[in-house]
Design a binder for this molecule. Structure first.
Ligand SMILES: O=C(CO)COP(=O)(O)O
Length: 152
């Protein structure tokens, strides 16, 4: 796969997602880091986003609830280059009915090489990194090259 570059801007599009048993952890993390998060555009799955907005006052664009398609909506935004960071506290100890959607979301985040935090320690590293409030250049698949190779 040929690669090209994408510049993640200072003001980032950040997606916040948490499974039910992890929601309190993400809510606490958002409260602790409210000031830093307020400098960015925030997206979330339906329940997570509504809870964060209600508890912290942060402004969030909420998709559908995860089991109803919200993970897929976030995944589609990632594929379009419209999400720059994914913070997804997924539950390693309980099964969810939409496991294929969870896998697909994590897969697309890897395909498009965006930073992903799946637990609080990693989210802490992100928010304390100088890159959180600076531009960041990432390598992504060269989609035009990919398509050209497939049609020739
Ligand atoms: O299920 C989720 C992620 O897979 C999260 O969805 P909710 O934010 O609607 O609970």
């Amino acid at each position: 796969m040929q690669l090209t570059k994408r510049l993640i801007p200072v003001k980032k599009n950040i997606a916040l997602v948490a499974h039910d048993h992890c929601k309190s952890s993400l809510l606490q993390w958002c409260e602790t880091n409210k000031q830093e998060l307020s400098l960015h555009n925030l997206y979330a799955t339906g329940t997570t986003g509504t809870l964060i907005q209600k508890n912290t006052g942060l402004s969030i664009t909420a998709m559908l609830s995860g089991p109803m398609g919200g993970d897929q909506q976030i995944g589609a935004l990632i594929s379009e280059g419209k999400i720059d960071i994914l913070i997804f506290f997924w539950d390693p100890l309980n099964a969810v009915p939409h496991d294929p959607d969870v896998k697909a979301l994590l897969r697309l985040a890897t395909v498009w090489n965006i930073p992903v935090a799946t637990n609080r320690a990693t989210a802490d590293v992100f928010v304390n990194s100088p890159l959180f409030n600076n531009e960041l250049e990432i390598e992504i698949p060269d989609y035009n090259g990919y398509l050209a190779a497939r049609i020739n």
